[in-house]
Design a protein around this ligand. Structure first.
Ligand code: UDX
Ligand code: UDX
Length: 445
């Protein structure tokens, strides 16, 4: 099939490259000229495991191409995905300006049947609005009064790609959700995904849009739930790792997304929870459960900072080494990373912050002022009063903590992801603090 993907960011690029991988001819579009220039050379502007290899392969055999022109791409494709950004407005609502712009641009060049598919995460009812925008902006020859004479469809096909494993997630979906209004749209999307042999969930457009917001909000709820349990564990002297294990074996609960820590971040969960709260409110339902999910998440960062203050006493002039700043491992993405709130809070109190991250340092430099970046974890540890583990990169698993202890001023480690075995760390001479491990006497309030 001939497919266009508009928006070549984390989601659009992975989608485009993977669609080429399963046999389609794909044109990726972006209005960022510099990005398209690099992509044409086979350079991937983001860190996403496995992506560059596939991109180079399909660029070479011409199944994949890049352009800044929606007009060129749309003319040569039957299916057009919209995967541009949907950032948050100040009130939490999704800003759909880019989606509307792209829909308008597509409409203006349409002269044959097209299936326009929303890939970006959008609130329910966006599909209907895209449909209206397209109808209103078609060339005059396809409009007779209020009647539209050109056949087209709008569909929703939300993404469930986790950064860091997005290629794997695309190739091995738990399900593919499509929201459609015609048999033709359903047939095209079924055909497109057929090589993956996925479980298909076929719904109306509004339900598909809602499935995405509901899924991400549910996962965020699961994380906040276990973070709340972690707080109780610290108060009563229980270990959240054991509690999660014990809960997780129950198939109705499952162990996934029960990792307590410094809270969820990234470009999706915080934004989608906000947008879902707003969408519900606008439609007359006060989603207090989700408001509390957000509160617990914000509190998680604050409590971690309070723990550090409690153990270090005076923060001013203390040297704090941060292992990992990305919002999760295997990505260079800093959007809504929990590290941001933690580092900024410590800096406000006068801490001297050093940081090391395997991939995210270039993006971190755009976020933080006055952070000293180090070439490796050992250079980071030198002279530190404590270390904070904020992103659980695999390479941090193999660190030689005896060596690290020798170069630190004080061997204290705050493990924001419960990544390390506390006994091993203690055996290496470290004072160790995890989240919800029942080792603290913390007072709330
Ligand atoms: C985006 C949405 O924010 C998210 O809600 C959705 O689930 C998937 O798409 P992401 O791919 O992570 O997420 O965003 P980003 O990496 O910012 O990529 C968006 C791309 O669209 C950028 O490359 C940007 O240059 C491009 N863009 C934006 C256009 O090509 N045209 C526009 O009008 C606006
Ligand atoms: C998410 C969705 O999982 C994915 O389906 C898609 O909709 C895009 O958004 P992503 O944001 O890339 O993916 O990462 P994810 O693995 O979901 O993690 C999100 C955040 O939650 C990270 O900050 C992660 O560290 C945190 N997290 C995750 C926890 O704190 N505990 C957990 O148990 C799991």
């Amino acid at each position: 099939m001939n497919i266009t993907v508009v928006g070549s960011g984390y989601v659009g690029l992975v989608t485009g490259v993977c669609l080429a991988h399963i046999g389609h001819t794909v044109i990726c579009v972006d209005n960022n000229h510099e990005k398209i220039k690099r992509l044409k050379l086979g350079e991937v502007p983001i860190y996403e495991p496995g992506l560059e290899e596939l991109l180079k392969k399909y660029l070479k055999n011409k199944r994949l191409s890049f352009t800044t022109s929606i007009a060129d791409a749309a003319k040569r494709s039957t299916v057009i995905f919209i995967a541009v950004g949907t950032p948050s407005k100040k009130n939490g609502e999704a800003d759909l300006t880019y989606v509307e712009n792209v829909a308008r641009d597509i409409a203006r060049v349409m002269d044959s049947y097209k299936l326009i598919v929303e890939k970006s995460t959008v609130p329910a009812d966006t599909g209907q609005r895209i449909k209206r925008t397209i109808a209103m902006n078609l060339s005059r020859k396809f409009r007779k009064g209020n009647e539209v004479t050109l056949d087209f469809d709008v569909a929703s096909n939300p993404e469930f790609l986790r950064e860091g494993s997005a290629v794997h997630d695309f190739m091995n979906p738990d399900r593919v959700v499509i929201g459609v209004e015609s048999a033709k749209a359903e047939r095209l999307l079924r055909e497109m995904y057929a090589p993956l042999k996925p479980v298909m969930v076929v719904t109306d457009i509004n339900s598909a849009e809602l499935i995405k917001h509901a899924s991400n909000s549910f996962l965020a709820t699961k994380i906040s739930f276990i973070n709340a349990i972690a707080q109780v564990c610290d108060h009563v002297g229980a270990d959240v790792l054991k509690v999660a294990e014990g809960m997780g074996f129950d198939k109705r609960i499952g162990r996934k997304f029960l990792d307590a820590g410094i809270g969820y971040g990234g470009s999706c969960f915080p934004k989608d929870v906000d947008a879902f709260i707003r969408l519900s409110e606008k439609n007359g339902y006060h989603f207090n459960l989700l408001k509390e999910v957000r509160n617990v998440n914000e509190e998680q960062t604050a409590l971690f900072v309070r723990l550090i203050e409690d153990k270090l006493w005076i923060i001013k002039d203390k040297v704090i080494g941060v292992l990992g700043v990305a919002f999760k491992p295997n990505t260079d993405d800093m959007r809504n990373a929990p590290s941001i709130g933690i580092i900024e809070a410590l800096q406000r109190e006068g801490a001297k912050v050093k940081a090391y991250d395997p991939q995210a340092m270039p993006n971190a430099k755009k976020v933080f002022k006055n952070v000293t970046y180090c070439s490796d974890p050992y250079a980071l540890a030198k002279g530190c009063d404590c270390l904070l583990l904020l992103t659980e990169w695999d390479e941090f698993r193999k660190l030689d903590f005896k060596k690290i202890k020798r170069v630190m001023k004080h061997a204290i480690l705050f493990d924001g992801r419960n990544f390390y075995n506390d006994r091993n760390l203690k055996a290496s001479g470290f004072e160790y603090y995890g989240v919800g491990r029942g080792m603290l006497e913390r007072k709330r309030g």
